[in-house]
Design a protein around this ligand. Structure first.
Ligand code: HEM
Length: 418
C-alpha cells in the first residue's frame, strides 16, 4: 500500500501571524510558554465561541478553573473513560463500518469520517452530552462539533471570518436546543437530587457539564457552560482526528522500508512510541500566540516589548535538532529523548498546557511502564490494525484544503479483517 503525498510537509505561515515576531526553536518557545510575563494571545477572533473559557483566561481565574476541572483527568476518571466509554465506542464504530462491505467482500471507509464519529462520541461522554448513540444522532452531533470547530478556529479559516462567525453562531443555537440544553437539564436535576440527599456523589456523571453546575461560580455568565463545552468538544475531537491519520501514514511508510517491523502493529509500546512521533511532527494548531504583559528578554537576548503579540511556531520547534537529534525531521519510533517530552511542544506548555493530554497519550509519557491507560491514539490505532487497516491503494489520502491545518481531509482505507 502507498500513501502518495509526502508524510512531512513545510506549511506556509497562516496569514494572521505574518508581521508578528516569530519564535521557532524549542528552547525559545518553552521559555515563553513557561513565563508568567505572557498571557493567552490566540483566539482573539473566536471570543464568541471560546470567550472566558479555560483557554482564554489567565492568572488566578485560570488557576481556579483548571483546579476545578482537573478531576476530569485524574487517574480514576481516565480509567473509567478508557475502559467504560472509549474501548466500547471504538468497537461500536468499527462494527458500524461493516455495513459498508463492498461486493468484493472488503470493508471500505474514510478514516477521517470514522475518527470523527469515534471522537465525537468520546468527547460527548467526557463533556456530558447525552443522546450521541445511534449512527443518525452521532452524525448530527458530529456535524455540529465540526461546524463549531470552524467557528472556534476562525483565525485559521480561508473563508471570510465575519461571515463564518455569524453562520456558526446560528449553528450553536441549534446545537444548544438539540443537544446541550437537554443534557444540562438532566444533570441539573441530578445535582438537585444529590443536594436533597436522594443520590450519592458517586451517582453523578463524571463529565464537564456536571462539574460546572455542581461547583457553579456566580462570576460566570449563563453562556459560559456552552462556551466551555464547545472548547472541550472542539479540543478533544479535531486534535485526535488529525493525529491518527498521520500515525497510520507514517507507519505505512516505515513498514515499507522496514518490513521486519510490520509485526509490531500489535506491540502497544511500539505503537505508543510511533504515536509520540506522529504527534511531535504534526500539530493541530500551526502556531500558539502569546501577548507579553511586560518587557521581556529571552535567555538568548531576543527582546519582546510589553503588549507585543508573538507567534510560537511549533512545527520548526518540534523538528529542532538540538532537542530531538540530527534526524529530528524524520519519523523514528525508536527515537530516544531525555530532556524533552517525546511529543515535543505538541500539547503546549506552561499554564495552558493541554488538560486533555493524558486522555490522548495515556497517563505516562514513558513506554516502559503501565499506569493503567494507553490513551485514545494507541487504543484507536490498535483497534484499526486489528481490523486489518490498509491505506486504499486506488484512492490515496489527501490533505485538507479548507484551512491552514496540517491535516488529512480524506483518508480512504480498507479494513481487511473486519
Ligand atoms: C492530539 C490531541 C491534542 C492535542 C495535540 C492538544 C493540544 C493542545 C494545545 C497545544 C493546547 C495549548 C493551547 C494554548 O496554550 O493556547 C491545548 C489546550 C487544551 N486542550 Fe488539548 N490537545 C489535544 C487533545 C485534547 C483533549 C482530548 C481535550 C479534552 C478532553 C483537550 C482539551 C484542552 C483544553 C480544555 C485546553 C485548554 C487548557 C488551558 O488553557 O488551560 N485537548 N491542547
Amino acid at each position: 500500500m502507498h500513501s502518495r503525498q509526502p508524510t512531512i510537509r513545510d506549511m506556509p505561515p497562516p496569514p494572521h501571524i505574518v508581521g508578528l515576531q516569530h519564535f521557532t526553536t524549542y528552547a525559545e518557545i518553552d521559555e515563553i510558554l513557561r513565563s508568567r510575563s505572557f498571557r493567552q494571545g490566540s483566539h482573539q477572533e473566536s471570543q464568541a465561541f471560546f470567550g472566558r473559557s479555560l483557554l482564554t483566561i489567565d492568572g488566578d481565574e485560570h488557576f481556579e478553573r483548571r483546579r476545578l476541572e482537573a478531576p476530569l483527568f485524574a487517574k480514576i476518571a481516565l480509567d473509567y473513560y478508557e475502559h467504560t466509554e472509549l474501548i466500547p465506542l471504538i468497537h461500536k464504530t468499527l462494527e458500524e463500518c461493516r455495513a459498508n462491505r463492498s461486493d468484493d467482500g472488503v470493508v471500505r471507509a474514510d478514516l477521517c469520517v470514522v475518527l470523527r464519529t469515534m471522537l465525537a462520541r468520546i468527547a460527548a461522554a467526557t463533556t456530558g452530552i447525552d443522546g450521541v448513540d445511534t449512527p443518525e444522532r452521532t452524525d448530527a452531533f458530529r456535524e455540529y462539533v465540526e461546524l463549531l470547530g470552524t467557528g472556534a478556529t476562525v483565525e485559521w479559516s480561508t473563508e471570510d471570518h465575519g461571515e463564518v462567525i455569524q453562520r456558526i453562531l446560528k449553528v450553536r443555537d441549534a446545537f444548544d436546543r438539540e443537544f446541550f440544553a437537554p443534557s444540562v437539564a438532566r444533570r441539573r436535576a441530578l445535582i438537585e437530587r444529590h443536594r436533597r440527599g436522594e443520590i450519592g456523589r458517586d451517582e453523578l456523571p463524571v463529565d464537564l457539564i456536571t462539574m460546572l453546575y455542581l461547583h457553579w461560580n456566580d462570576d460566570w455568565d449563563e453562556g459560559l457552560p456552552i462556551r466551555e463545552a464547545c472548547l472541550f468538544l472542539v479540543a478533544a475531537t479535531q486534535t485526535t482526528t488529525h493525529a491518527v491519520p498521520h500515525l497510520i501514514a507514517h507507519l505505512d511508510e516505515w513498514f515499507d522500508s522496514r518490513p521486519e517491523d510490520r509485526a509490531k502493529v500489535s506491540d502497544g509500546v511500539f505503537i505508543k512510541r510511533a504515536a509520540h512521533e506522529a504527534l511531535r511532527l504534526h500539530q493541530p494548531s500551526p502556531a500558539l500566540l502569546r501577548i507579553a504583559t511586560e518587557d521581556f528578554t529571552l535567555s538568548n537576548g531576543k527582546k519582546i516589548a510589553a503588549g507585543e503579540r508573538v507567534a510560537c511556531l511549533f512545527t520548526p520547534a518540534n523538528r529542532d535538532t538540538s532537542a530531538f537529534g540530527a534526524d529530528a525531521r524524520e519519523f523514528n519510533p525508536y527515537r530516544e529523548v531525555s530532556t524533552v517530552k517525546p511529543w515535543g511542544l505538541t500539547f503546549g506548555g506552561g499554564q495552558h498546557i493541554c488538560i486533555g493530554r493524558t486522555l490522548v497519550t495515556g497517563l505516562s509519557a514513558r513506554t516502559d511502564n503501565d499506569e493503567g491507560t494507553d490513551g485514545t491514539v494507541v487504543n484507536i490505532a490498535g483497534a484499526l490494525y486489528n481490523a486489518g487497516i490498509e491505506i486504499d491503494p486506488d484512492d490515496p489520502p489527501t490533505y485538507t484544503q479548507a484551512s491552514h491545518h496540517d491535516a488529512y481531509g480524506r483518508f480512504p482505507m480498507l479494513l481487511t479483517r473486519l
